[in-house]
Design a protein around this ligand. Structure first.
Ligand SMILES: *[C@@H]1O[C@H](CO)[C@@H](O)[C@H](O)[C@H]1NC(C)=O
Ligand SMILES: *[C@@H]1O[C@H](CO)[C@@H](O)[C@H](O)[C@H]1NC(C)=O
Ligand SMILES: *[C@@H]1O[C@H](CO)[C@@H](O)[C@H](O)[C@H]1NC(C)=O
Ligand SMILES: *[C@@H]1O[C@H](CO)[C@@H](O)[C@H](O)[C@H]1NC(C)=O
Ligand SMILES: *[C@@H]1O[C@H](CO)[C@@H](O)[C@H](O)[C@H]1NC(C)=O
Ligand SMILES: *[C@@H]1O[C@H](CO)[C@@H](O)[C@H](O)[C@H]1NC(C)=O
Ligand SMILES: *[C@@H]1O[C@H](CO)[C@@H](O)[C@H](O)[C@H]1NC(C)=O
Ligand SMILES: *[C@@H]1O[C@H](CO)[C@@H](O)[C@H](O)[C@H]1NC(C)=O
Length: 472
């Protein structure tokens, strides 16, 4: 007891003691690192600190493709921490290692490293050049790793990086040059952060293909934010607060999938031109928003659109015209809206439409025949959970029964038709159905008409020629 007190009193002695302990620890032959299972090509270092990797007697050789740190405390990753001669480490897993700061050149010497896991740490300081000397890294995992914003140029030197995972970091902002120096980045995952704007930070990512931004607080995508990112295939903006959207990817662009689900999108956003230039877009998810109306031709430039997802909005009408002129469109989901009427507008058919989900709306009727005329390839219509009366429902189901269309309707408490009644109704409907011009006959009719027009024109020409000749 008394001895301890003495030590506490004399600060010098205490410091000396600590120093002795520290040097002793550094000198002792660490056996923290072990080869894992035979054939796993993995070394595991347990309870390591920053000095462990140099001090250990373990010999990192060609059989150690993966190095996993387990229960480590690597608070300050200093320059050259992993500069271990002869190492051939390809995967370095430093997840859950209590890392707080990373000095420049901390990973120097890991010349074979392709994957670096830094997930689940508390990094608040990343020196400029932190990743210098690790030029082969292709995938960098930093989910739940940061407690401070990323400084500009932080990823400089990662020339081959293709995947950067930064989800769940509470990132409040991105600096314009945060992602500078990543010419090969393909996938950027920024989900579950607190971003309010992109601040032109993505402009240098010329090869970016997948951009995940869901679960942030983005309200505005400015025309300069994604400009020139012509290789983008997928943009996920779901779970944000998008009120201004101007993707302006430039031409040509490759965007195939745009997710704006659950992003507070209102009718004010869905106006003419909002999807300008997205000629390659195949899937558009606008579900779980506040859209009340779809302006005519709002989708008109989406020449490649295959799936339009508009479920869980506040649409009051469904008009085929909103979707006409989209030759590949095969799927429309407008379930869970407030649709009272579904009607045919416009002359153009929905040539390829196969599935239409109109379930959970307020419709009181549905004109099956008119619809079959407009969408000749339809194979599935979901009408469940609407307010269609028994006689009308009976007619619809019977009509569908006789066609190749699968209609989902409620198991309503409508009385069954007896066989005679059903036969009569079927007959009536099938007659009507047979009058539906299939697209084939439509095309033939068109060809005949064109032929006639040509003949008439030729006749006219001949007539004019003769007329003129005669006059001369
Ligand atoms: C690592 O530390 C934990 C807790 O401090 C201890 O229980 C465990 O035995 C240590 N493992 C090794 C291999 O030293
Ligand atoms: C994160 O790391 C801490 C230790 O630093 C650990 O206790 C925790 O389980 C880890 N969480 C996840 C989700 O991996
Ligand atoms: C985000 O972090 C929280 C804890 O902070 C965790 O529960 C959650 O699973 C994480 N989500 C993702 C997508 O990593
Ligand atoms: C945008 O980036 C600039 C330059 O890096 C920075 O000074 C500014 O704070 C950033 N603004 C926001 C709102 O993130
Ligand atoms: C859009 O994002 C939401 C939520 O993030 C997800 O549930 C949905 O499946 C995504 N849509 C598509 C078409 O991938
Ligand atoms: C349409 O969306 C609703 C709500 O998200 C979903 O339950 C339903 O399965 C979707 N319909 C089809 C045909 O995928
Ligand atoms: C409709 O049903 C009737 C009688 O069952 C049958 O003769 C007719 O060919 C069917 N029409 C179609 C288009 O399937
Ligand atoms: C159908 O009828 C049963 C009793 O005959 C009733 O309990 C049920 O609520 C009815 N369902 C609908 C959808 O009307």
């Amino acid at each position: 007891m008394s001895q301890q007190r003495k030590v506490e009193k004399t600060g010098l002695l205490w410091a000396l003691l600590a120093l002795v302990q520290l040097t002793r620890a550094q000198q002792s032959p660490f056996t923290n690192c072990k080869y894992a299972e035979r054939g796993s090509l993995t070394a595991i270092c347990t309870n390591a600190t920053v000095s462990t990797f140099h001090a250990t007697i373990y010999n990192f050789d060609h059989l150690d493709e993966t190095l996993i740190c387990s229960g480590c405390t690597l608070t300050h990753l200093i320059t050259g921490t992993f500069d271990i001669g002869g190492n051939r480490i390809q995967v370095l897993d430093l997840a859950n290692s209590a890392i707080e700061t990373i000095e420049a050149h901390a990973f120097t010497g890991l010349i074979f490293m392709e994957k670096l896991y830094l997930s689940n740490n508390s990094i608040h300081h990343l020196e400029r050049g932190a990743f210098h000397g690790a030029r082969k890294v292709k995938k960098l995992y930093m989910n739940q790793a940061l407690t401070a914003p990323l400084p500009p140029f932080v990823f400089h030197g990662l020339l081959l990086l293709t995947d950067l995972l930064l989800q769940n970091n509470s990132l409040p902002l991105l600096e314009t040059q945060t992602f500078e120096g990543l010419p090969n980045l393909r996938n950027l995952d920024l989900r579950f952060n607190s971003l309010r704007e992109l601040n032109n930070s993505l402009n240098s990512l010329r090869n970016l293909e997948v951009l995940l931004l869901s679960n942030n607080q983005l309200a505005k995508i400015s025309p300069t934010d994604l400009h020139g990112l012509s290789k983008l295939l997928k943009v996920d903006l779901s779970h944000n607060f998008i009120s201004t959207l101007n993707l302006n990817l430039g031409q040509p662009n490759s965007l195939k999938k745009l997710n704006l689900s659950n992003s507070h999108v209102g009718s004010d956003l869905i106006k003419l031109g909002v999807f300008h230039g997205l000629y390659s877009l195949e899937i558009l998810d606008l579900s779980l928003n506040w859209i009340v109306t779809l302006p005519k031709q709002v989708f008109q430039e989406l020449h490649s659109l295959r799936e339009a997802i508009l479920s869980h909005n506040a649409l009051t009408e469904f008009a085929t015209g909103s979707f006409s002129g989209l030759p590949y469109l095969r799927f429309i989901n407008v379930s869970h809206n407030k649709i009272k009427r579904a009607f045919i507008t416009g002359k153009l058919q929905l040539h390829n439409l196969q599935v239409l989900d109109l379930s959970t709306n307020n419709m009181v009727d549905f004109d099956l025949l008119a619809f079959l005329r407009q969408a000749p390839l339809i194979s599935k219509v979901d009408l469940r959970d609407n307010m269609i009366s028994c006689p009308k429902l009976r007619r619809i189901t019977t009509g569908f029964k006789n066609s190749s269309v699968q209609a989902a309707t409620d198991p309503m408490n409508c009385s069954e038709l007896d066989a005679g009644e059903e036969d009569e109704l079927l007959k009536e409907i099938s007659e009507e159905l047979n009058n539906v011009p299939t697209s084939k006959t439509g095309i033939i009719a068109l060809k005949i008409t064109m032929l006639l027009v040509v003949i008439v024109l030729i006749g006219l020409l001949v007539y004019v020629q003769f007329f003129i000749l005669n006059r001369r």
